[in-house]
Design a protein around this ligand. Structure first.
Ligand SMILES: Nc1nc2c(c(=O)[nH]1)N(C=O)[C@@H](CNc1ccc(C(=O)N[C@@H](CCC(=O)O)C(=O)O)cc1)CN2
Ligand SMILES: Nc1ncnc2c1ncn2[C@@H]1O[C@H](COP(=O)(O)OP(=O)(O)OP(=O)(O)O)[C@@H](O)[C@H]1O
Length: 185
């Protein structure tokens, strides 16, 4: 079923709301395990990751593990005109809730695109060949256009391989690796 991006986003978000907490937790554990074993993760000294919202994959364990491994963690701060920058997250960081209800850093060290080794890219859904449907805004597509490092996304089974398709645009940038949670056996 080919929908507009907006329609596809709505449908997939509806299905994500229905995922049971225990199921989500199990799937997230599978994703963390997979992520921490990738070459991209091992090779990265500077990792960019979001401060997740309830509906998204919880990024807190990723941030904790990165710090445990002495990696620098950067989180996004949105700027006017749908631009975004990444700021170091450390014990001194103050977070503030923005108009769109996301927690973003106040002040802090900005890391440029060429200083970041790996971006864990958030999204609503992914195609098997690496295309991503985001939350709208195009922040990551704009950022990734001038970023040459590694990219990885984490998908619940509900976010991958669905019947729902959306139009791929010229500015859509493929994610290098997409990890899909394995079902419990
Ligand atoms: N946790 C987390 N932080 C993140 C992202 C994310 O996906 N997850 N982002 C990932 O990009 C950026 C913020 N993304 C945003 C995406 C849309 C809107 C927004 O205002 N959307 C409009 C609708 C726009 C449209 O439909 O085109 C709205 O809600 O009114 C704001 C921020 C940076 N931080
Ligand atoms: N590289 C770009 N340059 C200019 N405009 C862009 C670029 N990427 C996306 N846009 C614009 O941003 C808007 C939102 O794009 P889209 O719906 O694809 O966002 P998304 O990929 O779902 O969100 P995000 O990247 O923030 O997670 C669209 O109007 C699109 O035209």
């Amino acid at each position: 079923m080919l929908l507009t991006k907006k329609e596809a986003r709505q449908k997939i978000i509806e299905s994500l709301i229905k995922v049971k907490p225990a199921e989500k937790q199990q799937a997230e554990n599978s994703l963390y395990c997979q992520l921490f074993q990738t070459r991209m993760w091992h090779d990265a000294a500077v990792v960019a990751v979001t401060v997740s919202q309830a509906i998204e994959i919880n990024t807190e364990p990723i941030i904790k593990q990165a710090h445990r491994e002495n990696k620098v963690v950067c989180i996004p701060r949105t700027l006017p005109s749908w631009q975004m920058e990444f700021v170091e997250l450390n014990a001194q960081t103050t977070l503030k809730k923005t108009d769109h209800q996301l927690l973003e850093p106040v002040g802090g060290n900005v890391f440029s695109a060429d200083e970041i080794n790996l971006i864990v890219v958030p999204g609503v859904s992914y195609t098997t060949d690496g295309y991503r449907l985001g939350f709208g805004g195009g922040y990551y597509d704009r950022y990734l256009a001038s970023y040459a490092g590694d990219t990885i996304s984490l998908a619940l089974p509900e976010q991958q391989n669905t019947e729902i398709n959306w139009p791929i645009k010229q500015y859509d940038i493929k994610i290098k690796q997409i990890l899909v949670a394995t079902e419990e056996d």
